[in-house]
Design a protein around this ligand. Structure first.
Ligand code: ADP
Ligand code: GLC
Length: 486
């Protein structure tokens, strides 16, 4: 069989540029597909962070150009010279991407994100004209790439390419005012409710959802949820209309990067058969966070999260005294994001010194120290398309306590303390008391060391590897190729 040719476009990819799980996916899925013999190329924006990470790059084209409204913009395309991975091409134009952050700073999103990502989409189209690579599938991810399926449909040379749009988070819709629409170069027939228009503005996410041949999202439960008004953020109707071509494919884990047996960032390594290293990691975490030594014998709960309303971190504020004073657990939160949330967590951690540490930064190494050193990882999300930290936690023998939504619902199975089955603790409603009940149950089981150990082992032996997950993408690509209706 001739290898399938795929272009995979995303706005971030680990380890080059990362704000969340999309980067983990875009950094691993293309390589897993490559191992399945897919001829795949990745395209990213040329952020400052990408060039800082990969100091050498091969200039491939130094003088391509595209339109942004009536302006002709030139740009370069560079290739990162990394061997044995899916080749990565970056769209390089300094005034667009050479900035301290990817999407914005403490004051909010960059004022010109419409310009930046319209340019990115249009530059990808120019790149596809320039290179001698004819993909079967153009795989776009999230709103930053949403215009690409529209341009693919409009360009006669590209119309036969199958476009797949993967939705990682419906909460980020790439919504812009009508006066920015002209920058897309699209005629006004696309500025309609059945096109890009969205309640008086227009949405790059909606563009991807409407114009791609198929839509996928990152878990089966989330694929169903986004077709309901409760989770659809106003786009549930669009998705219901397309339900025959909406798929839910669970993300995977790169166990070469996330594995306590090999992780060099954690103080000690360990295996499912010998967890003594995990105790060393716990002691080191307690020390690094200046928590009471007595917590060595009590459960320490970790959180590694963006501080966004999505993540439901606010649910724990009303139950802090219950957690720390009655249940006597320790709490370590690593996160950045919403300014108000940061302040509330900062204040709370000051009033529970020695019991509660709040670390306000983005720190991949410390994230791993928490995953390894904590006993439980709490993820009380309002919605969670897939969620990766619960998968990492399980591998590190850290028991997830999660709200049963989206991918959390698909990956964490409720513990039965009588049989020792299950991998974590779940609660249903977006509600502090419900969350507390799940934590109380977890603390109860923590007092039963043999059962706890069994649940750790259950989680550590789960296989969420990309090898399996990539196979599902490959099947979907092949289905796209076969089916002329999608
Ligand atoms: P989301 O993409 O919604 O943020 P995921 O669970 O899919 O959620 O992925 C989050 C990723 O970002 C994980 O790799 C997690 O370890 C990482 N992460 C989140 N917050 C931080 C932080 N403050 N420091 C380091 N890594 C973080
Ligand atoms: C998003 C979602 C998260 C998912 C990640 C990767 O950021 O919030 O649930 O795991 O994308 O698909």
């Amino acid at each position: 069989m001739t290898p399938l040719r795929v272009v995979f476009i995303a706005s971030e990819a680990a380890p080059f540029a990362k704000t969340g799980g999309l980067a983990d996916v875009a950094g691993s899925l293309p390589n897993a597909l490559r191992r399945l013999n897919v001829d795949i190329r990745v395209v990213l924006p040329g952020y400052r962070q990408v060039f800082e990470h990969s100091l050498r790059q091969e200039p491939v084209w130094t003088n391509l150009n595209t339109w942004l409204g009536s302006q002709r913009l030139t740009f370069q395309v560079r290739k990162l010279p990394i061997e044995n991975v899916a080749p990565i091409y970056v769209i390089d134009r300094e005034d667009m991407f050479d900035r301290p952050h990817l999407y914005g700073n403490d004051d909010g999103d960059y004022y010109d994100n419409a310009e930046r990502f319209i340019f990115f989409c249009r530059a990808v189209v120019s790149l596809m004209h320039a290179w001698d690579f004819t993909p079967h599938v153009v795989h776009c991810n999230d709103w930053h790439t949403g215009l690409i399926p529209v341009y693919m449909q409009l360009e006669p040379a590209f119309r036969q390419f199958k476009t797949l749009f993967t939705l990682h988070n419906i909460g980020y819709s790439g919504l812009f005012p009508s006066d920015k629409f002209a920058l897309t170069g699209l005629d006004l027939s696309h500025y309609q409710p059945n096109g890009l228009e969205f309640y008086g503005q227009w949405s790059m996410l909606k563009a991807g959802l409407v114009y791609s041949r198929a839509v996928s999202t990152v878990s089966p439960t989330y694929a169903r949820e986004i077709q309901t008004p409760e989770y659809g953020k106003g786009l549930d109707g669009v998705l219901r209309n397309r339900r025959a071509s909406v798929f839910g494919l669970l993300n995977g884990v790169n166990y070469q990067m996330w594995n306590p047996e090999t992780d060099t960032f954690i103080p000690a390594r360990y295996t499912p058969d010998d967890l003594s290293g995990k105790r060393i990691c716990k002691a080191a975490l307690i020390q690094a966070c200046q928590l009471d030594g007595s917590l060595m014998e009590r459960p320490v709960i970790g959180i590694v999260s963006r501080l966004d309303v999505q993540k439901g971190i606010d649910l724990i504020i009303p139950i802090l005294s219950e957690l720390i004073e009655s249940l006597k657990v320790g709490l370590v939160i690593l996160g950045t994001g919403d300014g108000m949330m940061q302040q509330r967590l900062q204040r709370a951690s000051e009033s529970y010194r020695g019991k509660f540490a709040f670390i306000q930064r983005f720190d991949d190494e410390f994230a791993r120290r928490i995953l390894a050193g904590a006993d439980m990882l709490l993820i009380p999300s309002r919605y969670e398309p897939c969620g990766l930290t619960q998968l990492y936690a399980m591998k590190y023998g850290t028991i997830p306590v999660v709200r049963a939504t989206g991918g959390l619902n698909d990956t964490v199975s409720e513990v039965n303390e009588h049989t020792g089955e299950g991998t974590g603790f779940t609660f249903k409603h977006v509600d502090s008391t419900d969350c507390l009940t799940a934590i109380q149950k977890a603390v109860g089981v923590y007092r039963m060391p043999l059962t706890w150990r069994r649940i750790q082992t259950n989680g550590m032996s789960m296989d969420f590897s990309w090898e399996k997950a990539a196979q599902n993408y490959l099947s979907l690509y092949r289905e796209l190729m076969r089916d002329s209706t999608i």
